[in-house]
Design a protein around this ligand. Structure first.
Ligand SMILES: Cc1cc2nc3c(=O)[nH]c(=O)nc-3n(C[C@H](O)[C@H](O)[C@H](O)COP(=O)(O)OP(=O)(O)OC[C@H]3O[C@@H](n4cnc5c(N)ncnc54)[C@H](O)[C@@H]3O)c2cc1C
Length: 495
C-alpha cells in the first residue's frame, strides 16, 4: 500500500519526547504533522499494566527531582492534572539489609559497609577522572573493590541501581532531591494523553489518525535536501519536509531503521559510544503480606555474593495499600539473563531469595510480571547511560540533525538523560530547533520567489531549457546559493 502524502513534519515515536515535540510544533502553528508509532499505544517507556488488581508501572515509575528551587516540568504537569503520587525514599533501604539466613545486618555494620561502598565509589570516580575521556567513553572498566555480600549489595545500589548517592547528578541539583512514586490507576501515561488531548484526540478521547498512527514500524528513512521519504514495515510510504526521530538509543544502535544515505560516521560513532542501561522491575503478587510494612521498610536489600542477584526490593503497600505486591529490580546482565528464561524459572529464583529472607513458610506468589525491555525491538534497553565523565561532544553529536532528520529522546538531553523530564525537555528543544530551521526555509523561499517572479513573468521569452531551469528552481531542486550566478540569474551549469 502506498499512502504517499506530504506532511510538514513526521515525528517517529509517541513517547514523552515525541509527544512534547508534537505539542510545541502544534502550538506554533505546524498543524500538518503526523506521528508514526511502532507499537499499539502512546507512552513508550512510560507504560502501565493492570496487575494483581492495581495499575503498575513497567517503565518509569518515579518523578525524580522535586522540591528544589527550580521546578521539574513533569512534576508541574503531574500536579496540574492531579496525578496521584506518593513520597518514596529508597535511601532507607540501607537499614533493611538481609543476609542469606534472613538476619538483618545490624545498623552499625550496614553503616560501615555503606561508607566503604561510598568511599570506593568516590575512588572509582577519581580513577575515572585520571583516565582519558576517550578511555571512559570507550567503556574502560574499573576493578570492583567490594568483597563481602553486604558491600556488593550496596555497591550495586550505588552504581547499577542509581548514581544518585555518589554524584550530585543534575536532576537533583536543578530540581531538588525528593522523589515521588506514581500511584495512579490511570498510570503515568495519563499525563501524555492530557498533554495531547487538544490536538491528537477527538472529544470522545479517540486518536485522530491523520495526526497519529499506531502500529507503524518505520524501517527506512530516505533523505535528501528536498525532504524525507519514510517507509514502514507494512509497506506504507510517507513524505515529509522534516522528520523528528525519537527512537531510543538502543533502537538507533540496532538495525531497525535503515538510513538512505547512511548516517555519517561522526553520528554513528557517537551513537555507539552511549551505553544502554537495562533496568527491570519484576512484580510479584501474593495472597497476603509476610514482609514488614511501614514507610521506613518500603525498600529492602538482599545481600548475596552474586552482585545484583535479586538485590533491591520494594513493597507496594504505600502506593496501593492491601495490594500484596512486591517489586524486585534487576539491571543489565541479570536483566538480560532473566529476560531469556521463562517466568516460571524467574518466579522460582525470586521465591528462593524471599524464603532466604523471610523463611520457608511464606506463600508462593500467585502471579508474576516480567517486562522485557531489552528484547523489545522498539526499545532495546531501558535508558541511555553516558559514561560518568563523558565528552559533551558525544551527546551533542547524537542530538545533531542530519540534513532534514532531527533527533530527540531522553538520550539527547545533556543534563537529564535517562529521565522522563529529560525526554520531555529534549522534545521541546528539538522542536524549537526545527521551528528555527522551518522559519529559515520560509525566509529563503520568500526571497527565492522574489527572485523568481521576474523570471516567471519573462517565461514567454525564455528558451525551453531556461524555463525548465526556472521550474526546477521553483521546486527547490537547486541550491539557493546558486540563484544569482549565470544567465538571467540561472546557473549556467543547469542550462
Ligand atoms: C524500567 C524503566 C524504569 C524507568 N524509571 C524511570 C523513573 O522512575 N523516572 C524517570 O524519570 N525515568 C525513568 N525511566 C526512563 C524514562 O522512562 C525514559 O527516559 C523516557 O520515558 C524516554 O522517553 P522517550 O520519548 O525518549 O523514549 P520512548 O518512551 O522510548 O519513546 C520512543 C517511541 O518510539 C517508538 N519507536 C521506536 N522505534 C520506532 C520505529 N522504528 N518506528 C516507529 N516508532 C518507533 C517506541 O515504540 C516508543 O514509543 C525508566 C525507564 C524504564 C524502561
Amino acid at each position: 500500500m502506498d499512502s504517499s502524502s506530504r506532511s510538514a513534519v513526521i515525528i517517529i515515536g509517541a513517547g514523552i519526547s515525541g509527544i512534547s515535540a508534537a505539542k510545541v510544533l502544534a502550538d506554533n502553528g505546524i498543524a500538518d504533522l503526523l506521528i508514526l508509532e511502532a507499537s499499539g499505544r502512546i507512552g513508550g517507556r512510560i507504560r502501565k499494566e493492570s496487575f494483581g488488581g492495581v495499575s503498575v508501572e513497567l517503565g518509569a515509575g518515579w518523578i525524580a527531582g522535586v522540591g528544589g528551587k527550580a521546578s521539574n516540568p513533569v512534576w508541574e504537569i503531574a500536579s496540574k492534572f492531579g496525578l496521584r503520587t506518593c513520597f518514596s525514599d529508597y535511601s532507607n533501604a540501607r537499614y533493611n539489609i538481609y543476609d542469606r539466613s534472613g538476619k538483618i545486618f545490624p545498623s552499625a555494620i550496614a553503616a560501615d559497609s555503606y561508607k566503604k561502598a561510598v568511599d570506593s565509589a568516590i575512588q572509582k570516580l577519581r580513577d575515572l577522572e585520571s583516565n582519558s575521556v576517550e578511555d571512559v567513553a570507550n567503556g574502560a572498566e574499573l576493578p570492583l573493590t567490594a568483597k563481602t555480600p553486604i558491600e556488593l549489595a550496596i555497591d550495586f545500589i550505588l552504581h547499577d541501581f542509581e548514581m544518585a548517592e555518589v554524584e550530585p547528578i543534575s536532576t537533583y541539583v536543578d530540581f531538588g532531591e525528593r522523589e515521588f512514586l506514581v500511584a495512579d490507576e490511570r498510570g503515568y501515561e495519563y499525563l501524555l494523553y492530557k498533554m495531547v488531548e487538544d490536538f491528537l484526540l477527538t472529544s470522545e478521547g479517540k486518536i485522530l489518525d491523520n495526526r497519529l498512527q499506531l502500529n507503524k514500524v518505520v524501517r527506512e528513512l530516505q533523505h535528501s535536501r528536498n525532504g524525507v521519504t519514510v517507509k514502514t514495515e507494512d509497506g506504507c510510504v510517507y513524505e515529509a519536509n522534516y522528520v523528528i526521530l525519537s527512537a531510543s538509543i538502543g533502537v538507533l544502535q540496532s538495525d531497525l531503521i535503515c538510513f538512505k544515505p547512511p548516517l555519517p560516521r561522526w553520528k554513528t560513532d557517537a551513537i555507539e559510544k552511549c551505553d544502554v542501561m537495562v533496568y527491570t522491575k519484576i512484580f510479584l503478587k501474593f495472597p497476603y503480606k509476610f514482609w514488614p510494612c511501614g514507610t521506613d521498610k518500603e525498600f529492602f536489600i538482599y545481600a548475596h555474593e552474586r552482585r545484583g542477584y535479586y538485590t533491591f526490593w520494594q513493597h507496594m503497600e504505600n502506593a496501593y495499600p492491601g495490594s500484596n505486591i512486591l517489586v524486585v529490580t534487576l539491571t543489565n546482565g541479570e536483566s538480560k539473563r532473566v529476560e531469556a528464561q521463562s517466568d516460571e524459572e524467574t518466579l522460582k529464583e525470586a521465591m528462593g531469595v524471599l524464603r532466604d529472607m523471610f523463611g520457608p513458610d511464606i506463600p508462593t506468589a500467585t502471579d508474576i510480571l516480567v517486562p522485557r525491555w531489552w528484547n523489545n525491538r522498539f526499545q532495546r534497553g531501558s535508558y541511555s547511560n553516558y559514561p560518568i565523565i563523558s565528552n559533551n561532544q558525544v551527546v551533542n553529536d547524537i542530538k545533531a540533525p542530519v540534513g532534514r532528520i532531527f533527533f530527540t529522546g531522553e538520550h539527547t538531553s545533556e543534563r537529564f538523560n535517562g529521565y522522563v523530564h529529560g525526554g520531555y525537555l529534549a522534545g521541546i528543544d528539538t522542536s524549537k530547533a526545527l521551528l528555527e530551521e522551518i522559519r529559515k526555509d520560509e525566509r529563503e523561499n520568500e526571497s527565492k520567489s522574489f527572485l523568481l517572479e521576474p523570471l516567471i513573468a519573462l517565461s514567454g521569452s525564455l528558451t525551453l531549457a531556461q524555463s525548465d531551469a526556472v521550474s526546477g528552481l521553483q521546486k527547490c531542486e537547486v541550491p539557493t546559493q546558486l540563484y544569482l550566478s549565470g544567465k538571467l540569474g540561472i546557473p549556467e551549469a543547469i542550462l
